[in-house]
Design a protein around this ligand. Structure first.
Ligand code: ADP
Ligand code: MG
Length: 474
């Protein structure tokens, strides 16, 4: 980063020329003038972004000139040069908006330091502005979309609890919007202008989590080359999100309990007690009360966290939500990718509404983004544009809860799933399963007459000898 144009204003020709030539060597566009009037005229003609101004000018003083130059409306940085013994004016200059000052006499090295400091500050301001912009951009997609009564209820709870300092525990399956809801609570809280800090307890390795929470002193452990502030300290005055809080060890749970109770802790390897004021929001995708029963989660910590419980229902249990979210996400992603918003066929809408959405809103959002990107103009989106993998997932076919299913059992579940997906169309189902229709018909017949699975050999027989075919089962 560099200054575009610099004007040096000093009636002392030696200093003026020295600075101009020094800056020119650094490829800056520089102009030297002797009076405030000349400088102002230049500034009106072609504004500089840096003015280096002597405090004593023949026709004015540097501070007045600075104010006049700033009043022109162009953003401009000013460095004031003052003679020895006028440190008060230097302080005054800073108060009036000078970016820095130089006490005469100064060396070119000191001059360079002052310029570089300014450039660094400017760089930081740019980054800051950029980050803020990014945050606002992020906030656009941090709106909680919903239509179902189930989520309307959650939203009312959010509104009510947000402005309090109460600890909130958000429970729900993965992808149901727990983090988004946590962020909404923060945004609607009285701490919205204070830090919002997040720790993903599932992502940080167990042995580093304590230091992540509480920070460490230099040399606390191998690799602790300097002091580091932990998340609790960074969140001081604000909000701390403990994401997937169930993933922390019992030992660390004890330490966490203490901070929640006392709002104080020590850094790893340190003995100074640090006090903080932090509002806690925790999330988990597990059943916490069950984790407590199993001895994996401390009961006292559970009570501490569970002051205000929010249970986010999975997407499949929210009535009418899928269709609403689909339409909302289509609009959002069409805008984002600068494409016309495609429409969905009524059949696809129906199929998507009855799809179980194991990955919840995250899955729906990702599928919709892909579908919008891949959409061809003028063609309605079909189920297959969203859900590329066939519904029989490991969850639905393999998962028994108690050990592995038998091959026959899996076959039965797969067939039933595909039948459901094809809404009972046997030809279509047989095609998807890669078997002939007669085989499928036989198997379906077995299921209805036996009420349980048989081995595959039964398929090629008629239903008359069902009992014989299933005799090897017990
Ligand atoms: N109701 C909703 N409205 C808009 N976006 C949502 C909603 N629920 C979830 N999302 C989006 O889905 C993704 C997953 O949500 P997230 O809060 O990370 O879920 P979780 O933390 O429960 O796994 C995020 O991109 C989030 O913005
Ligand atoms: Mg999450």
């Amino acid at each position: 980063m560099q200054f575009e144009r610099i004007i040096v204003v000093d009636d002392d020709p030696v200093i003026r020329r020295m600075l101009v030539s020094h800056l020119q060597k650094q490829n800056a566009s520089v102009l030297g003038v002797a009076t405030a009037q000349q400088a102002l005229d230049e500034q009106k003609r072609e504004p500089a972004d840096l003015l280096i101004v002597d405090l004593q000018l023949p026709d004015s003083n540097g501070l007045e000139f600075m104010q006049a130059a700033k009043a022109l409306g162009q953003p401009v940085e000013v460095i004031i040069m003052t003679g020895f013994g006028t440190i008060e004016s230097a302080v005054e200059a800073m108060k009036l908006g000078a970016a820095n000052y130089l006490l005469k006499p100064f060396t070119l090295a000191q001059f360079d330091v002052a310029i570089n400091q300014l450039l660094e500050q400017r760089q930081l301001r740019h980054e800051n502005a950029y980050l803020k912009e990014q945050l606002t951009a992020e906030n656009d997609s941090s709106e909680l979309l919903f239509q179902s009564t189930e989520m309307a209820r959650i939203d009312r709870l959010v509104q009510r609890v947000a402005p309090t300092n109460a600890t909130v525990l958000i429970q729900g399956e993965s992808g149901t919007g727990k983090e988004l809801i946590a962020h909404n609570i923060y945004q609607q809280s009285l701490r919205k202008d204070k830090p919002y800090i997040k720790v993903n307890c599932a992502a940080v390795p167990e042995n580093l989590l304590e230091s992540e929470f509480f920070g460490h002193e230099k040399g606390a452990f191998t690799g602790a080359t300097g002091r580091r502030e932990g998340r609790f300290e960074l969140a001081n005055g604000g909000t701390l999100l403990l994401d997937e809080v169930t993933e922390i060890s019992l030992a660390l749970q004890a330490k966490l309990l203490r901070v929640l109770q006392e709002q104080e802790f020590e850094r790893v390897g340190g003995n100074r007690t640090i006090h903080v004021d932090v509002r806690i929001i925790a999330t988990t995708n597990r059943d916490l009360s069950q984790a407590v029963e199993e001895g994996k989660f401390r009961q006292d910590l559970y009570f501490r966290l569970n002051v205000v419980p929010l249970k986010i229902p999975p997407l499949r249990e929210r009535k009418g939500e899928v269709e609403f979210l689909l339409q909302s996400f289509i609009q959002r992603f069409a805008k984002k990718h600068r494409k016309p918003a495609p429409s969905i066929s009524p059949l696809a809408l129906e199929q998507l509404s009855s799809y179980p959405w194991p990955g919840n809103v995250r899955e729906l959002q990702n599928y919709t983004e892909r579908a919008v990107i891949m959409a061809e103009e003028g063609r309605e989106l079909a189920f297959g544009d969203f859900v590329l993998t066939a519904p029989p997932t490991t969850d639905s076919v393999l998962d028994t809860g108690d050990g592995l299913p038998t091959v026959a059992e899996m076959e039965k579940r797969l067939i039933q799933l595909v039948m459901k997906k094809t809404k009972g169309h046997r030809n279509e189902a047989a095609r998807l399963l890669g078997i002939n229709v007669r085989t499928l018909r036989n198997k379906l017949h077995e299921y209805t007459t036996n009420g349980h699975a048989t081995n595959g050999a039964a398929a090629e027989h008629d239903d008359a000898d069902d009992s014989g075919e299933s005799s090897e089962e017990n």
